[in-house]
Design a protein around this ligand. Sequence first.
Ligand code: NAD
Length: 350
Amino acid sequence: MSRRNILIMSRRNILITGGAGFIGSHVVQHFVEKYPDYHIVTLDKLSYAGNISNLEQILHRSNHTFIEGDITDRQLVEEIFSRYAIDGVLHLAAESHVDRSISAPMVFAHNNIIGTLTLLEAARKAWAGNYANRRFHHISTDEVYGALPLDGGTFSETSRYEPHSPYSASKASSDHFVRAYHDTYSLPTVITNCSNNYGERQYPEKLIPLFIYNIVRRLPLPVYGTGCNVRDWLYVGDHVKALDKVFHEGITGETYNIGGGTELSNIELVRMLIRCVDSELGRPEGESLDLISYVEDRAGHDLRYAIDSSKLRDRLGWQPKMSFEEGLRRTVRWYLDNEEWVEQSIRRNK
Ligand code: NAD
């Protein structure tokens, strides 16, 4: 038997927080469909970014229960642990938009830090030192590591924490609490820090879905600064497979970085997106390039993120499968086919 804790058991009761959001809905769908013997309990407060229709394919499956509620509600969270005998947690619920964190930092501190702490406390209380086959998986971001120079370097699991935005500071703080619960109480935790995701069902305030919306309607495409900031993009389905691996096989107390290995400057990405949307709409190639408008840079804008995911690749055998071109084409197609979802998402936020 290797050192890996392989936690696949015939029956598990897993709490997935933030399951009506972008990544969470893909995680819930994957676990409900792939593990019919597991009972998946989704907890989501259905904020502007959460949409119950994201779960429509699996909402009423017999191995799935949806609960509308807040992770900061201690009584509710404790009740869920006890009523459903929760033995595993995949924690994704968070306020996740950097620009919103700049205008409302307190909301991010309360939601992302106190919310995580509430879940950790509930797990500690419910599991009461009996940690066999239990797991608390905290899903975090590469933004906790700060920024890299344009000319090189990658974030590894031992990179220094140096968050620059209130969003990344709140995620960094929640990571520290998760690690502290492992080190202090031996809570069986794992943490994953992932690069930028893209794919179907992302709320249309983030760059890719927002710009698809604007290109279709011939609205301006506001690019921060000179557009030179670099991000490392990963298709959401590949992220979900990595989470499955780490949840079941990751070593307790450890951290795993997840990255797509597709580094693009924002302006390169926007140009690719324009080509893709114009081609799907049958417009002349590059017709929408003149929609690009450069706007004042975001405060504290990190220059470059790039993830070294060799630990996850070498030790757990994960690697991303989706090429960026194909993933982007699928994503664009999904948004063009789901205009009602987009309009409804925007209306819900008003
Ligand atoms: P999202 O904003 O699309 O979804 C977040 C979900 O959490 C929403 O459904 C929302 O209703 C729910 N939620 C928020 N606060 C809650 C609360 N207090 N109680 C219950 N539910 C609550 O976010 P996402 O992009 O899917 O990100 C999910 C997680 O993955 C986050 O923790 C984020 O930090 C992390 N992450 C995201 C990315 C990315 O590129 N999107 C990259 C790395 C890590």
